[in-house]
Write a protein that binds this ligand. Sequence first.
Ligand code: UDP
Ligand code: MG
Length: 333
Amino acid sequence: MTKPEILYMVVPCYNEEAVLHETAKRLKEKYQSLISRELISPDSRVVFVNDGSRDKTWSIISELHETDPKFFSGINLAHNSGHQNAVLSGLMTVKELCDMAITMDADLQDDINTIDEMVQKYYEGNQVVYGVRSARDTDTFFKRTTAEGFYKFMKVMGADVVYNHADFRLMSRRVLQELANFREVNLFLRGMVPLIGFQSCEVTYERAERFAGESKYPLKKMLAFAINGITSFSVKPLKLITSVGLIMSVISVIAILWSIIGKLLGSTEHGWSSTMCSIWFIGGLQLLALGIIGEYIGKIYSEVKARPRYIVADFINDTGNSQYSEHSGGKES
Ligand code: UDP
Ligand code: MG
């Protein structure tokens, strides 16, 4: 094989003090084994992105970097920007330093042993390698049904996502450069990466339970994430409004004819309940339609403002110097 290439891991961390030491330990073991087998270059790094945590996450990252600058780097975001933005900030910061990058959650739910296979697939010519969950036994019944329902619903709504794939994936430097050209503010990486294309493949792994700490994705955030995914990738809901509107118009023509005939036949008083029903029904439908349109207008609003998606406060890498980066939000590449 040719010279081993440089792998950077990007690990977003939000209040992860409970798991970080363990994650770092396991990643270091994995790196040592990959380096000794000459699968990756000794210049490979693990980059922890601190997404505005309120606990000791950043001090743990700085400490890891100080004790082991050849393994661990850190990015400190100026404020909490959310999982997707944190991942993107990491990828955009390292895109010129690595040959391939893997994104992985900090909580060890993604199986670290899959990294070997991902790297192997990269050398076989794949530019993107998706980590796909084989089983969801460890998730609660509720999480499993809502998550699987989410993937199916996304498909029906016209957004092309890889089934049961979250954000555990390998991307080549080439793909990262293309990703940098996606300027949208409403990020949904698992919908964006398939749009880039190139040769890709999937590897399956068993998703474990969170090692420690609790999920940062409560139901409310999960719902928001799903709505964001759909409205960022599909205009089907807007088209649906038109279809429902058309069907309702046809029904109302029939209803008008029916009431005129009723009037002509002289039996009009009994219409109270049907009138009430249709007022409520049409009212509800209109509000729903307005809500869906509102979702898209909200999107246009935030895209037009084009605010930075994240702001990097510090990037500590290798030399131990803290480099202050003026580059904010990846609005320039
Ligand atoms: N995360 C983040 N910013 C946030 C929320 C979460 O960087 O605002 C990180 C978190 O630290 C973790 C990953 O995103 O590494 C996934 O979050 P979590 O494990 O809580 O989600 P779940 O697996 O329960 O869906
Ligand atoms: Mg998790």
